[in-house]
Write a protein that binds this ligand. Structure first.
Ligand code: SF4
Ligand code: ZN
Length: 420
């Protein structure tokens, strides 16, 4: 492989060739694990006077003071300033950290926000890699990739456990909540434009996501605000403005402008898409959807499986079996990839009657979305505790047992219009 080393002051190589690198337990010097201890990564916009450019600070022990193979806390806060900087850009920068840190030889990064996990290999540690080098990578990449909006940048890395607890709970979580609230107040009707995203065309050449306030990208990582920020940061980039001035069919969410954009961006592979239907002209799926939903004919509803779920669904297929027939950038009526956040959206399958069609979900996913989904069902249909009516793998893995449960609970899908 050809390795292009960019000019970053670290003792190991930096190249996209390392992005897929796996670091096994036995090969790791140290692991930072947000699912077990307090971790987070965040970008904060500051006034230029508060920032000393290229200052990198470590608060807490360095990697050579951590026991080999141990699980540690880490929070890194990247503070930026610039005349054109906006706080809406912060999550877009953060999302890039995953790829930046994975480009470091002997470093593995997964997740985002406070659910990150990072491994540093023994070899990379022995080459001299220390905590401050994380700061060097983030500084160099943010300064070069976002030069148009970032004039000054400084990075603080916290490894002291008490400081990590403070930063995560007192700084990061409220910032993340504020961002989510801002998005939750936006509706599809309330905005003038939607955005396309074609970031996945690298491996799904005809795939186009249409991102709206109430329907995020199917990877779960690109909200309407993120797409908007991406477009402002790079007007020729992967996210383009789509107007919505010429509706064709409000029921399924079809627009002439959206169809034209999708035709152009898919190089003619796609004719038309709807935003709110799983049966009529559904949106395409690439490969990185967080969830798939598919029709379960006996119950007149849909089952949803998330990527983490390895078991069987009442449709008779596992997540990966569903994925193999849904992905690849083609329209598959009756099946659709989507983000987790979309499950509780008032626009979820709106054309087919909305979230009341959901009859089955893995237990873990149900718990993750319960609060928001219950609120949506209450608002749309006046149903309390809707999630109690939805079956999971502990209740049913076949259509007959599923149907019996739904009948017992009086699930609304049973009395809705036939879907097919
Ligand atoms: Fe963009 Fe959609 Fe790919 Fe997410 S899944 S990166 S929104 S094209
Ligand atoms: Zn994708």
């Amino acid at each position: 492989i050809k390795i292009k080393i960019t000019n970053i002051d670290i003792p190991v190589a930096f190249a996209s060739a390392f992005e897929g690198e796996i670091i096994r337990r036995g090969d790791m010097q140290v692991e930072f694990d947000g699912s077990r201890v307090d971790c987070c990564e965040l970008v904060m916009t500051k006034d230029a006077s508060e920032i000393e450019d290229h200052k990198i600070t470590l608060v807490g022990p360095d990697i050579d003071e951590m026991p080999v193979g141990s699980k540690q806390s880490i929070c890194y806060v990247v503070e930026v300033a610039g005349k054109s900087m906006q706080s809406d850009f912060e999550p877009v920068f953060e999302r890039k950290f995953h790829s930046y840190l994975n480009c470091v030889e002997g470093m593995m990064h997964t997740g985002q926000r406070d659910m990150i996990r990072i491994r540093v290999s023994k070899e990379t540690f022995e080459a001299g890699f220390r905590a401050k080098h994380i700061g060097e990578v983030l500084y160099a990449k943010v300064k070069s990739e976002f030069a148009a909006v970032v004039d000054k940048c400084q990075v603080t890395i916290y490894t002291d456990p008490a400081e990590c607890t403070r930063v995560r709970h007192e700084v990061a979580m409220s910032l993340f909540d504020k961002r989510d609230e801002r998005l939750n107040t936006l509706t599809d009707e309330g905005v003038d434009v939607y955005y396309s995203c074609i970031m996945c065309q690298a491996f799904s050449p005809s795939h186009v996501c249409v991102v709206t306030p109430e329907r995020l990208g199917l990877c779960g990582a690109v909200s309407w605000l993120d797409a908007k920020a991406t477009n402002e940061l790079d007007p020729q980039g992967p996210c383009q403005v789509i107007t919505k001035e010429r509706p064709i069919d409000e029921r399924i969410g079809e627009y002439e402008d959206v169809n034209e954009a999708v035709q152009k961006l898919s190089q003619g592979a796609l004719e038309d898409v709807s935003l709110y239907s799983i049966i009529e002209k559904p949106m395409t799926s690439c490969g990185c959807f967080e969830c798939i939903c598919g029709i379960e004919p006996l119950s007149n509803g849909v089952c949803i499986a998330n990527r983490e779920y390895a078991g069987m669904t009442p449709i008779g297929m596992t997540f990966s079996e569903l994925a193999s027939m849904t992905g690849g950038g083609v329209q598959t009526p009756g099946f659709m990839g989507h983000g987790k956040h979309f499950i509780a959206s008032k626009k979820f399958m709106k054309a087919e009657g909305g979230v009341a069609r959901i009859v089955w979900m893995p237990k873990e996913l149900k718990e993750q979305v319960a609060e928001r989904l219950n609120a949506t069902a209450k608002e749309l249909y006046g149903i309390d505790n809707f999630c109690d009516m939805i079956a999971d793998e502990t209740i049913a893995e076949d259509p007959e047992t599923l149907l019996a449960y739904l009948e017992e609970k009086g699930h609304p899908a049973l009395t809705m219009e036939p879907m097919m």
